[in-house]
Design a protein. Structure first.
Length: 332
C-alpha cells in the first residue's frame, strides 16, 4: 500500500493559510507544484480515514499549559451551517452571535487561560442523535481535566451549565467555580424564607445565600445600563468584587477564541457531508488555532495580523509578475 501523500499537518497548514473556501479541491489547488503533490482525493480520504479523537488535541496542547495555574472555561458555540440540508451533525442550536436559534454544528470547548494565552484542551461535538446532552459532555470534560492533573484557580462557565449536578461535581473536585444564575433559582437568605433570587436584596459587593439543593454560595448582583440584571455566583465565600470582575474578564477569553476559530481557522467553512469528515475537520481547526495562538504568544502578532501577512506575501508575489490585462480596442 502506498503512503498517503498528505497528512493532518498538511491540512492544518492549509487551514492556517487559506482565506477562502475550505474544500478538498481547494486544498489540492494551493499545494506547491510537484509531481507528488496530493490531489483532492488525498484530502478527502484524509478527512474520512482518521479516527476523530480529542486526545490528539491534548497531546499538542499539554506542553502549552500550566495545570496548577490559570482558569478553566467551558462554553459552547454554533458553527453556522444555514444551507446544509444533508450534512451530518447539523441541527438547531442557540447562537449568541445571531441571538436566535440557527442551523449549525454545536461545539463544546474546555479552554485553559492565564490571561495571556487561551489554549483549548478538550472539546466535544453535541449531537441529539447520540443521546448525550451538553451536561453529559460537561461531566466528561471535567473528569478528564481532573485525571490530567489540572488544579485551576477557578472553573468558569455559562449559566447553561449551572445545574446542581454540575456545581456539585466541580465542588467535589476541590475546585472553586464562578457562573451566572437565573433569577428564578430558589435561595434562602438570612431571614430563612426561601424565594426566587429576583425577590432577594443582593449587594453588588456580594451576599451569602443558601442555594436550594447545594449549600452556601456568594451572589453578586450586577445592574446593566440597559436595565438588565445579572446574578454572578461562586462557592468562594471570600471573593470580592475585584476578583469577580477579573474572573469575568478571563471568562470572556472563550468568546475571543470562538471568533478566532471561525474567522482564521475555517472551523465552519468545511463542506463535507459525512460525520467523520466534519469531526476531523473541526478537530484539525482547533489544532490550527493552537499554532496561531502560540505564534501570537511568542511574537505578539495577533491571528488577524499573522493571516494578513500571509495574504500580503501572496499579493506581493502576484504584483511582481505581469498582471491580467484587457485587449486594447482596434481604434485606440
Amino acid at each position: 500500500m502506498n503512503r498517503p501523500r498528505c497528512s493532518d499537518e498538511t491540512y492544518i497548514q492549509f487551514l492556517v493559510a487559506s482565506p477562502g473556501p475550505v474544500t478538498s479541491t481547494e486544498a489540492a489547488r494551493v499545494q506547491p507544484r510537484s509531481h507528488f503533490a496530493p490531489a483532492h482525493d488525498s484530502f478527502n480520504r484524509l478527512l474520512n480515514r482518521q479516527e476523530p479523537d480529542p486526545e490528539t488535541l491534548w497531546i499538542e496542547a499539554e506542553p502549552l499549559v500550566q495545570k496548577n495555574q490559570g482558569v478553566l472555561i467551558i462554553d459552547d458555540s454554533t458553527q453556522d451551517k444555514p444551507y446544509a440540508k444533508h450534512m451530518a451533525l447539523v441541527g438547531y442550536h442557540w447562537s449568541g452571535k445571531h441571538h436566535q436559534t440557527v442551523r449549525g454544528i454545536n461545539l463544546v470547548t474546555l479552554l485553559w487561560t492565564d490571561g495571556d494565552r487561551k489554549i483549548p484542551v478538550d472539546y466535544r461535538l453535541y449531537s441529539k442523535t447520540e443521546g448525550e446532552t451538553k451536561n453529559d459532555h460537561f461531566w466528561e470534560m471535567m473528569l478528564m481535566a481532573k485525571g490530567r492533573g489540572f488544579a485551576p484557580r477557578y472553573v468558569l462557565f455559562d449559566g447553561w451549565y449551572a445545574s446542581l449536578e454540575n456545581l456539585k461535581q466541580v465542588r467535589d473536585f476541590g475546585w472553586l467555580w464562578q457562573t451566572r444564575l437565573k433569577g428564578n433559582r430558589t435561595v434562602t437568605p438570612e431571614d430563612r424564607r426561601s424565594r426566587a433570587l429576583d425577590e432577594v436584596a443582593i449587594s453588588s459587593s456580594g451576599t451569602r445565600l443558601h442555594l436550594k439543593g447545594y449549600g452556601i454560595i456568594k451572589v453578586f448582583r450586577i445592574d446593566a445600563k440597559d436595565g438588565d440584571t445579572e446574578y454572578w455566583a461562586t462557592n468562594d465565600l471570600s471573593m470580592d468584587e475585584l476578583v469577580r470582575r477579573s474572573n469575568a474578564e478571563l471568562g470572556f477569553q472563550i468568546e475571543n477564541y470562538h471568533r478566532d476559530l471561525k474567522q482564521f481557522c475555517g472551523s465552519e467553512r468545511c463542506q463535507a457531508r459525512s460525520e467523520r469528515a466534519q469531526r476531523n475537520h473541526i478537530g484539525m481547526a482547533l489544532r490550527a488555532f493552537l499554532r496561531l495562538e502560540w505564534h501570537f504568544f511568542t511574537t505578539g502578532l495577533s491571528a488577524f495580523e499573522a493571516r494578513l501577512r500571509l495574504v500580503r506575501d501572496a499579493v506581493r508575489t502576484y504584483l511582481a509578475r505581469p498582471s491580467l490585462t484587457l485587449p486594447k480596442l482596434a481604434n485606440a
